[in-house]
Design a protein around this ligand. Structure first.
Ligand code: P1T
Length: 381
């Protein structure tokens, strides 16, 4: 099945009692049993499994080509489940540019529990390899990264992690499986903030893991069940409904993203545009190779003035774009990473990786591109 068909049918079947085409929202915490421990249809208690969540989890496994999908109460809950595979003294090599909340979890929770983190730009494969030792258990990347839109070569990293028996997880939130399928490129685990493009309508907080190997999938399902950060049935339904239009939405997000990036690249007030679809993006060739010919709806840029005040005034003056955290919904959003989504990264570290005070991040929605560009123009002027 091709992706556009899988987005709608992958892992899905009609509800068996009524033939309902969409899975009902099984708003129940528990399931009747025939005799103690003898289940009617495999379901016992909704923390372990719920039929609406199962429908979503099957769809997730299908669109990312994994053996198992798991749905969580947030993206960070999904990341947390991966971290629970680790033990004190284990080491993690992570991309240097990450969502601020992921960085916060790694450095303020798991570092204190004895796990060691190395943050590195994995475009430098020699530097990356020099950090690997016998304690290295996990490699974690976002690609494209939040908010600097760096792209890393998933297949090249997978070759190295496979040879050393290290787990390789890819946060595929920005790309979505419509544009990029990390498991096909050699990754072991795909993570999503399903709050973003998978849900697609800014009406749900949700997370997802898709695991390549069935045995590891079972282990991670145990962790999910035993620790409890599962997605409720109503929210599972919303994400499943979102996935059914993922291909159409991401296509338009990408068309609009490319137009906005090209417009910004020519604007006299703009210093630098971060978008992997631009030919002068340092990782454009890798992006072309591993993404499916489009580059998504996320665009960041800085001001020629370098002034924080210019970025703030610009954000205050937008009218079609809404100033808000998050991304990946049908509507366009704008964000100031240093003051908002990445404020939990200490300032010196932010400066070191390039999250400057004049950096603005746009989540380009699926409105008319002319209206979005006119909005940006009026905010600049
Ligand atoms: O917010 P939550 O669903 O828990 O997902 C966390 C997360 C993980 N990974 C990436 C790449 C993300 O962008 C996020 C959440 N990001 C935002 C809220 C934001 O505005 O960047």
């Amino acid at each position: 099945m091709k992706f556009n068909t899988k987005a709608i049918h992958g892992g899905q079947h009609h509800e068996e009692h009524t033939g309902a085409v969409m899975p009902p929202v099984f708003q129940t915490s528990t399931f009747a049993q025939k005799s103690p421990g003898v289940l009617i249809n495999g379901y016992e208690y909704s923390r372990g499994a719920n039929p609406t969540r199962t429908a979503l989890e099957n769809a997730l496994a299908s669109i990312e080509n994994g053996a198992r999908g798991l749905a969580f109460s947030s993206g960070l809950a999904a990341t947390d489940c991966v971290m629970k595979l680790l033990k004190p003294n284990d080491e993690v090599i992570a991309m240097d540019d990450l969502y601020g909340g992921t960085y916060r979890m790694f450095t303020r929770i798991y570092q204190d529990m004895g796990i060691k983190f190395h943050f590195v730009d994995m475009n430098d494969l020699d530097k990356f390899q020099s950090l690997i030792n016998e304690n290295t258990k996990l490699v974690w990347v976002e690609t494209p990264t939040n908010p600097l839109m760096k792209v890393v070569d998933i297949a090249a990293i997978a070759k190295i992690t496979k040879a050393k028996n290290i787990l390789f997880a890819v946060d595929n939130t920005f790309a979505t499986p419509y544009l990029q399928r990390p498991i096909d490129l050699g990754a072991d685990i795909v993570m999503h903030s399903a709050t973003k493009y998978l849900g697609g309508h800014s009406d749900v907080i949700a997370g997802a893991l898709i695991i390549k190997d069935a045995e590891l999938g079972d282990k991670m399902h145990f962790l999910q069940f035993a620790t409890g950060a599962t997605l409720g049935p109503q929210d599972s339904y919303l994400v499943l409904r979102g996935i059914k239009t993922l291909h159409l939405r991401v296509q338009r997000h990408s068309e609009n993203g490319q137009k906005v990036a090209e417009y910004l690249a020519k604007h006299p007030k703009v210093a630098k545009v971060y978008y992997p679809g631009l030919e002068n993006h340092p990782n454009h060739d890798i992006a072309k190779k591993q993404m499916s010919g489009q580059f998504g709806g996320m665009v960041s840029f800085t001001f020629k003035s370098g002034a924080k005040a210019d970025a703030i005034k610009f954000l205050e003056d937008l009218k079609v774009f809404t100033l808000a955290e998050s991304l990946g919904g049908v509507e366009s959003l704008a964000n100031h990473p240093a003051l908002m989504t990445h404020a939990s990264i200490p300032e010196p570290k932010r400066k070191e990786i390039g999250i400057t005070d004049d950096l603005v991040r746009l989540s380009v929605g699926i409105e008319d591109a002319d209206d979005l560009i006119n909005d940006i123009e009026q905010a600049f002027s």
